[in-house]
Structure formats: structure tokens, C-alpha cells
Design a protein around this ligand. Structure first.
Ligand code: GCU
Length: 437
């Protein structure tokens, strides 16, 4: 009797699970079905003004941009899109878990650093993996998050497997939400570690789930990751204008800067922050919030990243609010089918990085991320670069595929899909050579 009941319960659960999966799939299909992929269907739009402050004042010089308009725009992004980081939280302590002078066949130093954060009786541990070129005293470096653990970016057997929650991925051998040894090296193709080291740069990476687990749909949970460390008494969810996951991840990137400032082997003045996809949205936001990042790279960041929302091409805010609401603050729900009422658009996010160099990369088959909208963000941010006497993107015509342009703003659309490839890294290295060397 008992076992029949149990079987029934399992069947019930199973049917429910299949139903939820089918429903999610149908919703996603519906959202995709409505997506515009035809340039002639892109609506007319007017972008919010970069150089008119909220009180109507015209901004005409660098100082009033930096002291008045820029902070206003940061506050608008905080309030309406990514959410405000609700307090300060510094590294409580850090520990060298492991260090080698003989990594990557002898050409690199490897360090694995555990950053610990403590507040309100809670504790968060984040593992930072760093490779540095051996022959350089204070190395410039690239820093960026990975999606499945530091051990996925390389086959180096010494890299530690994270203990935090992970999304399951059959291809990477991850089930039961636990990162495992099985995924070592599975994302090697996205991280040109040797190329980076050979070019004289370091590479630092951490697992984004260490900072805030990326739980979707019914799994969404703001009681884990960094959020609870900054909750007020009794708080269990961020307020409507407080940090979603992207702001939390951006917070984590700034803490790596705090660490780099303390590590004598790293030149903290020459750090480039890089991210792909949702983590490209994150690198842009981190670069906008924290001006210590000397260079910012967005790889296929799309909607909520480099792409202009008002174009409504490919992915739209409404779809993101349905599927990835936890990446943003609750207030973004106001703008679902209503991009034109947003007080900002994404060219302003690029403009917040000015006058520092920014690279925006797209992929031809990644129309979901709207390559043209990504390019145009750079183009429309250009007046702010020019205010600082720096060239940006001179024309609204996109360059040909696989023909990068590099001024203070870099851009390319390469052939291929949503991904990070050696071609992408080769351009980031070239761009860093121009601006950081
Ligand atoms: C989805 C989502 C994108 C996001 C991407 C990713 O495709 O729609 O907005 O950039 O996932 O982060 O992988």
C-alpha cells in the first residue's frame, strides 16, 4: 500500500515537472516568436538625451558630466534596471589556498585566493583563480566570471572545484546542482589562457555562483549568495529598487579590484573587466559603477547589456522579466512592453564608462542579442567620449563582419554563434595593447 502511494507521488511529481518544463518552453517559444528579426520592423525611437540633466540644464563640459549628469544616470540605472547595492561590504579576510611558480608548463604563476566576507553572522567565500605571466613584474590583467567553476576554464588539474550551487548541465556532467571534477576543462575554448599569458597579461576568474547562485524560475532564491549579508533586519528579499543578481555579480567584480590593489604582482591600474552574455551585462555594469576598471569588455551581452532596448530587436525587456527577472531589480517590470518610457537606454551605460576604453563584441548568428543594437549603443555613446577629446564610433554603419574597429571604443561582429572564441580574445588583447601598454 505504502509503496503504491509512493509511486503515485513520484508519478505526480514527474507529471508536474514535465508540465512546468513544457510550459516554460511554450512561453519561451512565444516570446521568441514575437521577437523582431527584421530591420524594417524596428520601430522609430528617440533615445533619452545624454547631455540634458534632469533639471533641464545642458551639459557642455567634462566637469558637469562627471559631477552632475553621470551620477544621475548611474542612479537611474540603479533605480530602474539593475538595482542598488544596498551597502558596503569589504573583504573580511583572504587566504592563499594554493600558489605555484610553475604553472602552464612553467610560463605562469598560478594563485588561488579565497576571499571571505562576513556580516550579520553570515559568511560568503569566493574563490579567485589568477594566472600571471612569469617575466612581468606588475602585470596588467583581464578579470571575468565563469559560468560553471574555475576548473572549467582549463585542464590544469590543480584548479579547485567550487563547493557552491551550480546549474545542472548534462554535457558538463553536473547533476544535483553540484560542480564536479567531470567538468574540468569543459569551457577551455572560451578562455584563451595561454594567448593571454603570452601577450603579457594576467587572467583572473571566479565562479559567478560563488557570489550569487543563478537560480531560475521556481528556483529563484534571494536567501543565498551575497544578498543576505546586506539585508536589513527581517528582510528576505531585495526592495523593488535593490540589487538583482547582475548588481550582486558587479559587486563581486569590484571586490576583486580591492584584492588586486593589495597584490604586488598585479597592476591594479591596468585591469580590464570582461564578461560574456549575462556576464557581459555584468561587466558593463561593473565598469560603469567602479571607475577603477581601466577597460571594459562586453562579449555578446545583448538585451540589458550593450543592445539598445528601444530597438525591440531580438530579446526584449518583457521576455527578460519573465525568464530572468532575478537578474534585475523589480522596478524593471514597469518597462516590459514599454521600453520607451525607460528613463535611460543602453548607450548611456556605455557612456558611463567614458572616457575609459570599452570594447563591444557581437556574433553574426547571435541575432537574439541584436548586434546592430549593440553597435549603435557605442555609436550613440560617442558624444561623451568626444567631450573628453577621445574618438568613438564615427558612423552608424556597422563595420563588415570580422573587421574590428578600434578607437577608444572597440567593436566587432565575428562570424559564428553566441560564444567566446579565440578571435574575440585576439581583439581584446590588441585593444588592451593599445590602451593599457
Ligand atoms: C539567454 C538570455 C540572454 C543572456 C543569455 C546568457 O539567452 O536571453 O539575455 O545574455 O541567456 O547569459 O547566456
Amino acid at each position: 500500500m505504502e509503496s503504491i502511494k509512493l509511486t503515485e507521488t513520484y508519478i505526480n511529481l514527474y507529471v508536474r515537472l514535465i508540465f512546468v518544463i513544457l510550459l516554460t518552453f511554450a512561453l519561451f517559444k512565444a516570446a521568441n516568436g514575437q521577437a523582431i528579426y527584421d530591420e524594417s520592423k524596428v520601430p522609430e525611437y528617440a533615445l533619452p538625451e545624454l547631455f540634458v540633466a534632469q533639471d533641464g540644464e545642458k551639459i557642455t563640459d567634462q566637469e558637469s558630466w562627471m559631477k552632475k549628469r553621470r551620477p544621475e544616470i548611474v542612479a537611474l540605472f540603479e533605480e530602474n534596471i539593475y538595482g542598488k547595492i544596498p551597502g558596503k561590504l569589504k573583504i573580511s579576510s583572504w587566504k592563499v589556498l594554493e600558489e605555484s611558480q610553475d604553472a602552464l608548463g612553467g610560463k605562469a604563476i598560478r594563485k588561488q585566493i579565497l576571499l571571505t566576507f562576513k556580516k550579520k553572522g553570515k559568511e560568503l567565500g569566493v574563490n579567485l583563480l589568477i594566472y600571471l605571466p612569469k617575466n612581468i613584474e606588475k602585470a596588467p590583467l583581464f578579470v571575468g566570471y565563469n559560468f560553471y567553476g574555475n576548473h572549467t576554464i582549463t585542464n590544469d588539474p590543480a584548479v579547485v572545484v567550487p563547493g557552491s550551487w551550480s546549474r545542472n548541465n548534462i554535457d558538463f556532467g553536473i547533476s544535483e546542482n553540484k560542480p564536479t571534477e567531470n567538468s574540468r576543462g569543459t569551457r577551455e575554448s572560451r578562455w584563451a589562457v595561454e594567448k593571454i599569458i603570452d601577450a603579457g597579461y594576467g587572467l583572473a576568474t571566479m565562479y559567478y555562483g560563488d557570489v550569487d547562485p543563478d537560480k531560475f524560475g521556481s528556483e529563484v532564491d534571494f536567501s543565498d549568495g551575497v544578498h543576505p549579508l546586506l539585508y536589513k533586519k527581517g528582510q528576505t528579499m531585495p526592495l523593488p529598487n535593490e540589487w538583482g543578481a547582475i548588481s550582486a555579480w558587479a559587486w563581486g567584480l569590484s571586490r576583486t579590484m580591492d584584492y588586486f590593489e593589495k597584490d604586488d604582482d598585479i597592476d591594479e591600474k591596468r585591469v580590464a573587466v570582461m564578461g560574456h552574455s549575462r556576464l557581459g551585462k555584468t561587466s558593463l555594469w561593473a565598469g560603469a559603477l567602479d571607475q577603477r576598471f581601466a577597460l571594459v569588455i562586453s562579449n555578446n551581452s545583448g538585451c540589458g547589456g550593450a543592445a539598445l532596448s528601444r530597438r525591440q530587436y531580438g530579446e526584449r525587456i518583457g521576455g527578460m522579466n519573465t525568464f530572468f527577472a532575478h537578474w534585475f531589480c523589480d522596478n524593471l517590470n514597469k518597462y516590459g512592453d514599454n521600453e520607451n518610457s525607460l528613463p535611460v537606454d543602453q548607450h548611456m551605460l556605455i557612456a558611463l564608462i567614458a572616457p575609459r576604453p570599452v570594447y563591444i563584441a557581437s556574433a553574426e548568428d547571435d541575432q537574439w542579442a541584436d548586434p546592430k543594437g549593440e553597435y549603435l549603443s557605442g555609436y550613440h555613446a560617442t558624444p561623451v567620449y568626444e567631450l573628453f577629446g577621445k574618438p568613438g564610433l564615427a558612423t552608424d554603419e556597422m563595420p563588415e563582419v570580422n573587421h574590428p574597429v578600434m578607437t577608444t571604443i572597440g567593436y566587432h561582429m565575428r562570424t559564428g554563434k553566441h560564444d567566446v572564441t579565440d578571435f574575440d580574445w585576439e581583439q581584446y588583447i590588441k585593444f588592451a595593447d593599445i590602451h593599457l601598454k
